[in-house]
Design a protein around this ligand. Structure first.
Ligand SMILES: Nc1ncnc2c1ncn2[C@@H]1O[C@H](COP(=O)(O)OP(=O)(O)O)[C@@H](O)[C@H]1O
Ligand SMILES: O=C(CO)[C@@H](O)[C@H](O)COP(=O)(O)O
Length: 464
């Protein structure tokens, strides 16, 4: 599906008259944690792509695992516990790799395949992340995994920026040779495959800069600065911060920073993001975002004390599942009126983000800027709740696709030479953020106490 998508995209660009020869360098981004298993012998096919055929025709038999595990998978709890035990506990694993064992993290996914599908693992010569897989297609060769996306595997030592031998050995045999060595996220990987020059008219000199994860791409696209807090409202909801020093904890993740080889980023990921809001939109707002927004506008901040926790599927932060509604006396109730339900889902999601960011040491102060991106950042009523809960102004970019934009900036950074220019110099002329909404004057008074109350109820749900 992914290979065919690239064929389709490039052929549509060609038909529309896009001038590929002007592209000096390209980079890209993929959903984090997913993995692709190249079959033994696939490198040769990749190196000898024939320009008269589609990529799909040539690569369809090149994978030893046909269906790639993706970030929504949570079936590897056993492998997570094995890895944590092998290195001396959950906090020790977090100290090495930036995260305790997480089900979607690629090392645990690889461990499960090597245990349950030995033949497929043996028949695999290279394992890519979704990002390095896409880079490999352009390079016509296996592309290395970058440090930032590589941090989402429970395999990389984030301080050394090298694979942790102990983690590799615990997850699967001969893993290092199947992964290749990781590289900085701004590494110039070399020239594009001749296939793209012959078939689409790319310059043979066009450079491929390491691809990275979607959240790392967003951090670059949003030009995050210390003190900012970025909230991505995509399929998953994520929250990320720029960090100078890693302080890994049992909640949340620390990744190598994608634009600065000495820095880090903190990330919190929520599986119940847009899909949960869509489910409530469909059941309570006639499947219309407009009606959903009207419900938010017609209900008061704080929802008269009603709080909802909506984990339709097993949540990541925290590990819990189910829909839980509480009235103003903290009593469990079975349902809310439609408008209350709409506000409860959005407020609950943002109260969770603020509570967890504060647990990571982030303090919402008078200079805090919330930068919003992702599909739902086009909805001003949702952004108003975000602004009120954080009691901070919310800014957006003209494009909600900050991950893609970030990779265009990163391509330029890698092409100019990361040792010659800093990422900040590369993005100097970029358009400014737009102020989308500011908090209501009584927001602090309403939400400061609700954050603590939400956390107490969430802890209760997680314990159950
Ligand atoms: N007007 C809107 N209001 C709220 N959510 C929206 C709106 N438009 C799109 N979305 C949400 O945006 C999501 C897609 O976000 P996007 O950032 O493209 O996803 P991904 O993170 O997978 O790339 C959809 O699931 C949809 O629910
Ligand atoms: O698992 C995570 C981050 O750790 C997700 O954020 C994925 O990176 C994919 O996100 P979407 O693009 O589907 O929202």
């Amino acid at each position: 599906m992914w290979v065919k998508a690239l064929d389709l995209l490039l052929s549509k660009m060609k038909t529309s008259g896009f001038n590929f020869s002007r592209v000096k360098a390209l980079s890209g981004t993929g959903q984090q944690h997913g993995s692709v298993y190249w079959k033994s012998g696939a490198a040769a096919t990749l190196q000898e792509l024939q320009p008269d055929k589609t990529l799909y025709e040539q690569l369809k038999d090149s994978f030893s695992v046909p269906d790639s595990p993706i970030w929504m998978d949570s079936s590897t709890a056993a492998q997570c516990r094995q890895l944590e035990e092998a290195v001396g506990g959950a906090q020790k694993l977090a100290d090495i790799t930036g995260s305790r064992g997480y089900e979607r993290f690629t090392g645990n996914q690889i461990a499960k395949i090597s245990q349950n599908n030995k033949a497929a693992y043996e028949n695999c010569e290279r394992i890519c992340l979704v990002s390095s897989f896409a880079a490999s297609l352009f390079l016509g060769n296996y592309a290395p995994i970058d440090h930032s996306d590589g941090s989402g595997m429970n395999l990389l030592d984030i301080r050394e920026r090298k694979w942790s031998p102990q983690c590799l050995q615990t997850c699967a045999a001969r893993l290092e040779e199947k992964l290749g060595q990781p590289v900085p996220s701004f590494e110039n990987l070399g020239s594009i495959s001749a296939y793209y020059a012959d078939r689409y008219g790319f310059s043979p000199d066009c450079k491929v800069i390491a691809f990275t994860g979607d959240n790392s791409g967003s951090l670059a696209g949003m030009r995050l600065q210390g003190g900012d807090i970025a909230v991505s409202l995509g399929t998953s909801d994520t929250l990320f911060l720029w960090l100078q020093q890693p302080r890994p904890a049992l909640t949340g993740h620390i990744f190598c920073n994608p634009v600065d080889g000495d820095a880090y980023m903190a990330l919190l990921c929520y599986k119940n993001g847009s899909l949960t809001r869509e489910r409530v939109r469909d059941s309570c707002a006639g499947a219309s975002w407009e009606k959903f927004s009207q419900a938010l506008q017609s209900t008061p901040m704080g929802n008269n004390g009603n709080i909802g926790i909506y984990f339709d599927v097993q949540e990541i932060t925290p590990s819990a599942v189910g829909v839980h509604r509480f009235n103003s006396a903290d009593q469990k109730v079975d349902s809310f009126p439609s408008e209350v339900e709409v506000r409860a889902v959005v407020e609950g999601q943002f109260l969770a983000k603020r509570a967890h960011a504060e647990m990571l040491g982030y303090t919402v102060g008078c200079n805090t800027r919330v930068l919003a991106t992702g599909g739902a950042s086009s909805n001003t009523s949702i952004l108003q709740v975000l602004s009120d809960v954080f009691n901070a102004p919310v800014y957006i970019l003209d494009t909600a696709n900050s991950a893609c934009l970030g990779c265009a900036y990163r391509a330029k950074h890698g092409w100019l030479g990361s040792s010659k220019v800093s990422f900040q110099e590369v993005v100097q002329g970029a358009p400014e953020y737009k102020l989308a909404v500011t908090p209501n004057s009584s927001a602090k008074q309403v939400y400061d106490p609700l954050v603590g109350r939400y956390k107490r109820l969430e802890d209760q749900v997680a314990r159950q």
